[in-house]
Design a protein around this ligand. Sequence first.
Ligand code: SF4
Ligand code: SF4
Length: 300
Amino acid sequence: MMEALLADNLLAVSTIVPAVIGLGGLGIVFGIVLAVASERLAVKVDARVKQVLDILPGINCGACGQPGCEGYADNVVAGKAAPTLCAPGGPEVAQKIAEVLGLAVEAGERLVAFCHCKGGKDSEWKYDYDGIPTCGAAALIAGGPIACNYGCIGFYDCIAACKYDAFLIAPNGMPVVNAEKCVACKACVNACPRGLFELVPISRKVHILCSNLDKGKAVKDVCQVGCIGCTRCVKKCDNGQISMKDGLAVIDYSKGEVNIEAVESCPVGVIHHYAYQDPITWQPPVKEALKGAAEPVQSA
Ligand code: SF4
Ligand code: SF4
């Protein structure tokens, strides 16, 4: 009996010990393989990506052209994107990123969105539109219900797209960007089917409030406050500061402050000067200059 028990125990020991040794050995081998693999296959994360990410505003607005701040941080550290592309962060963020990367960066000016149209409720309409109340949908039906093919349709896709509550509506119904709140994320730029928005330096105080490229009479037929290409403003500038391009006045901002006489000479008040006009009510410029000229439509 005792002998049988001893034989069983010996059998068990002779079976278990090799199994334990085998498993232990395998464990050691796998451990070594994993250690080598994790060393060889490890994705090296550049510590600067985290530093850049910490600098960025983290709002994932996409203004940099990437789906989010993380993608931008990766690309900027990899040298695939410039450190200046984060519009909401502005020059300050660009400067800090450049410091992390050891780059020299020329600090730019903060940008804000600006809408180049003044038509609003004063625009003529081609037909009654009763479809989906968005500018994008309305623009698809015969070029949109308003007679001006370049002007604001007025269903406020721009305002709906803005996550920063950066819009006001002028008494004439036009959407007006509040520069204090605008982070230059470009959501309104991308949302407007008429392409009316542009990001401009915040210090820029004079703007052409029209995007219509048609000739004067065609403009006048559809909007009382559009640029009619009369060239009065051009004639008031002896340095080529304002010129005509495709029937629309354009300002060359590299030529310094825009001559106020040029602003005042516009018979339809389409040149907007913040120093002389309330950006919200958009009253036309100095009234005396308008005497005898075409009467611009007043805001309600
Ligand atoms: S999205 Fe463009 S067309 Fe529509 S309301 Fe805004 S500015 Fe006007
Ligand atoms: S969507 Fe708003 S915050 Fe973004 S650029 Fe336009 S106004 Fe500025």
